[in-house]
Ligand binder design. Structure first.
Ligand code: FAD
Length: 406
C-alpha cells in the first residue's frame, strides 16, 4: 500500500513527487509512467524557455506560479548544476497596430511585478541586431533550460529519498474506494491512499477513469518547429517573440536559442488528430472521434476559423511559415531552415467552446487531478508541485517536515 501514487512522469508529476517527499519525508511514494523514458511528451518537446510571467492575467495561477516558478526553477538549476541561461528576451511589435497591444502587455507585466523595459528600435538593434521592429519590451529575467534534464534531476531526488519511479506502467483502470484507490496498469494493480493525476495529454481520461466527469476535454494542438542551419544561428542572439494575439493562448511563432546552442523557430498551433501525434500524418480514430463529437470543439472552430486556417496554411507551406518569421527577421529565407521535431500541447477546452486559460486543478475524495497544465507549466512546475501537495490534508500517520526542501 502506497501513501501517494502519481500518474505521469512529465515535469509536473515529477515535481509533485519531489514536493510530496519534501512535506512527508517518510511517505511511500510511487510514480507511474507509461513510456520507457520520463518526460517523453510535452516536457521533452517544448521550447525550453523559462518564462517570466508577463503574459498572464494578474492574480491568475499562471501569473503567480510563472513569476515565482521562474525564480525557483533558476535556483534549482543553480543548486543542482543544471545548465541554464537567464539570457532575457524581446517581445517585438512589427506593425503599427501592434503598438497598443505591446503597451497593454507592458502594463500587464508591471502589474505582475516584473522589472521590464520598453525599448525603441535602436536599443532593439543592439540586443538583437537582425530584428526589425517598431518597438519592443525587453524582459531580462526570461531564460532557457532543458526541461528533460530538470525532470531527470527531480526523478533522482525522488528515488534518493525513498520514492519509486516505474516506467512502462500504463494506467488502464482506477477505482476510488473508502479503503483507498486501486490502480490497474498493464503490469499490476497498485493500492494507494491517494492518487495524483498528472497525465498531461490524458489527464481528462484519468480523471474520468477515477469517476470525475470534468466539464472539459483535452484537445491536442501540435506545434511544429524549424531549426536554423548552424551557419545561420548568428541571426538570433537569444529569445525573440512577436506580440501575441490576446484572444489566443499560444504565443505566436518565435525564435528560441536552445541550451545546446541550436536555434528553433516555431511553434505554430494546429489541431492534432492524435493526442501524441508528432507527425502531420499521425491519426488515432479514438482521439479524432472524441474531438469531432465534442460540441466545444465546433464552437471553438467557428470562433477562430480564420486563425485556425492560417495555422493550417503555415503547417503545410514552409513559405507561409517563413513569411511569419520574416516579420521579425526580414533577412531569413526558406533555405536557412530545416524541419525540427514537433511538440503536442494538452489544452483543456470547455463545452461552451472556451479554452481554459489558467492552470486547472480539481480535488476528488482521495485524488487530485491536474486537468490543465499548458505553458508555462514547465517553468512553473516547482510551484505547481508545492500547490498540489498543499491541497493534501494532514496525514495523521505521516511525519511532516518543518523546514527545508530539496
Ligand atoms: C510545443 C510546446 C512548447 C512549449 N514551450 C514551453 C516553454 O518554453 N516553457 C514552458 O514553461 N512551457 C512550455 N510548454 C508547456 C510545457 O511543456 C508543459 O506545460 C509541461 O511539460 C506539462 O508537463 P506535464 O507533466 O503536465 O505533461 P507531460 O510532460 O505531457 O507528462 C505527462 C505524462 O503522463 C504520462 N501518461 C499519460 N497517460 C498515462 C497513463 N494512462 N499511464 C501512465 N502514464 C501516463 C505521459 O506518458 C507523460 O509522460 C510547451 C509545450 C509544448 C507542447
Amino acid at each position: 500500500m502506497y501513501d501517494f501514487t502519481i500518474i505521469g512522469g512529465g515535469i509536473v508529476g515529477l515535481s509533485v513527487g519531489k514536493a510530496l517527499l519534501e512535506r512527508f519525508p517518510n511517505a511511500k511514494v510511487l510514480l507511474l509512467e507509461k513510456e520507457k523514458t520520463l518526460a517523453s511528451h510535452q516536457t521533452g518537446h517544448n521550447s525550453g524557455v523559462i518564462h517570466s510571467g508577463i503574459y498572464y492575467k494578474p492574480g491568475s495561477f499562471k501569473a503567480q506560479f510563472a513569476r515565482k516558478g521562474s525564480q525557483s526553477m533558476t535556483e534549482f538549476c543553480q543548486r543542482y548544476n543544471i545548465e541554464h541561461d537567464i539570457c532575457g528576451k524581446v517581445i517585438v511589435a512589427t506593425k503599427e497596430e501592434e503598438l497598443p497591444l505591446l503597451d497593454n502587455l507592458f502594463d500587464r507585466g508591471l502589474q505582475n511585478g516584473l522589472n521590464i523595459k520598453k525599448i525603441d528600435s535602436d536599443r532593439l538593434k543592439e540586443i538583437e541586431p537582425h530584428v526589425k521592429g517598431l518597438g519592443a519590451i525587453h524582459v531580462p529575467m526570461a531564460g532557457i533550460v532543458n526541461y528533460k534534464q530538470v525532470s531527470e534531476a527531480f526523478a533522482t531526488i525522488i528515488k534518493e529519498n525513498g520514492g519509486e519511479v516505474k516506467v512502462f506502467e500504463e494506467v488502464t483502470n482506477i477505482k476510488e474506494t473508502n479503503d483507498g484507490v486501486f490502480i490497474d496498469t498493464n503490469n499490476a494493480t497498485y493500492q494507494t491512499n491517494m492518487l495524483i493525476n498528472c497525465a498531461g495529454l490524458h489527464s481528462d481520461r484519468i480523471a474520468r477513469m477515477t469517476g470525475y466527469a470534468t466539464d472539459t476535454k483535452i484537445v491536442p494542438f501540435r506545434g511544429e518547429y524549424f531549426k536554423l542551419k548552424p551557419e545561420k544561428r548568428g541571426l538570433v542572439k537569444n529569445l525573440i517573440y512577436p506580440v501575441p494575439n490576446p484572444n489566443f493562448p499560444f504565443l505566436g511563432v518565435h525564435f528560441t536559442r536552445m541550451i545546446g546552442g541550436e536555434v528553433d523557430a516555431g511553434p505554430n498551433a494546429v489541431l492534432s488528430f492524435k493526442r501524441e501525434g508528432y507527425r502531420k500524418t499521425d491519426f488515432n480514430i479514438k482521439d479524432f472521434a472524441e474531438v469531432m463529437s465534442y460540441g466545444g470543439f465546433w464552437k471553438l472552430a467557428s470562433k477562430y476559423m480564420k486563425e485556425g486556417l492560417d495555422e493550417m496554411a503555415r503547417s503545410f507551406s514552409k513559405k507561409r511559415f517563413v513569411e511569419s518569421l520574416q516579420e521579425l527577421i526580414p533577412e531569413i529565407t526558406e533555405d536557412d531552415l530545416v524541419p525540427a521535431p514537433a511538440g503536442v500541447r494538452a489544452q483543456a477546452l470547455k463545452a461552451d467552446g472556451s479554452l481554459v486559460d489558467d492552470f486547472h486543478i480539481i480535488k476528488g475524495k482521495k485524488s487530485i487531478h491536474v486537468c490543465n497544465a499548458p505553458s508555462p507549466a514547465a517553468t512553473a512546475s516547482i510551484e505547481i508541485g508545492k500547490y498540489v501537495v498543499n491541497q493534501i490534508p494532514e496525514q495523521t500517520h505521516l511525519r511532516e517536515a518543518s523546514v527545508g526542501g530539496f
